[in-house]
Design a protein. Structure first.
Length: 228
């Protein structure tokens, strides 16, 4: 399958300082089917990337990462793409990891592939505070939804056409990451995890999820479980 059959969805909110580098790395790896979903940014994003290839979609107001991903997924349904990859805009994700991410789909072994920073032994220097939050999220997912993935909140994921058509994200903000196990289970999709490389620098750490955000996500998950 040529890389032109792969769409990379990037939800973006005020990432003007790094977005050109992120897109450039994807282009270097041969992925030109880039879909930028501008989630109400205030930093002239469209002008900053106007000379780069790809599709630009915009929310007039900030709705949250989950909503931006769903906008990208809905757009992908109107294309001939066979695989959709979700990719963060802050520079944490490495474009070369996409080749390993889509391999199980190309081989017919999975409908959905989840990237894991914990399967790559020694390859990711995850901050201790982030490890604690991620492990808590992992077991919350298991208790509420029955899935025990190694990396509960990694935004680097790949979906085949079947999954693209079935998945509909309803959690607009960060709780969408824990909504995914529900959607996978409901739609009986085949899921595997693969190791991926995640970069941590001062910028990505500053932009990362705070402890308060994690608490809010937890309550969003409880509400999703018992009141939907």
């Amino acid at each position: 399958m040529p890389n032109s059959d792969v769409i990379i969805i990037i939800p973006v909110f005020n990432e003007a300082s790094v977005i050109r580098k992120v897109i450039g790395e994807l282009l270097e790896q041969g992925f030109s089917g880039i879909v930028i979903v501008d989630d109400g940014s205030s930093d002239n994003l469209r002008e900053i990337i106007s000379d780069l290839p790809g599709t630009y979609l915009r929310h007039k107001i900030n709705l949250g990462q989950g909503a931006a991903l769903q906008t990208g997924i809905e757009y992908s349904k109107s294309t001939t793409a066979e695989i959709v990859v979700t990719f963060d805009a802050d520079g944490q994700h490495c474009a070369e990891s996409i080749h390993d991410l889509i391999k199980p789909i190309l081989q017919g072994h999975a409908d959905v592939v989840l990237g894991s920073r914990f399967l790559n032994e020694g390859g990711n220097e995850v901050p201790t505070s982030r490890i604690v939050l991620l492990q808590v999220a992992r077991f919350v997912n298991f208790l509420l939804f029955g899935y025990l993935f190694t990396d509960a909140h990694n935004g680097l994921r790949a979906f085949n056409r079947k999954a693209i058509e079935l998945i509909k994200i309803t959690e607009n903000r960060m709780a969408h990451a824990s909504e995914f196990p529900v959607l996978l289970k409901q739609n009986k999709l085949r899921v595997v995890e693969v190791p991926v490389k995640i970069r941590y620098d001062q910028y990505s750490k500053r932009k990362g999820q705070s402890g308060f955000d994690s608490v809010r996500v937890f309550f969003d998950l409880v509400l999703h479980k018992f009141f939907k």
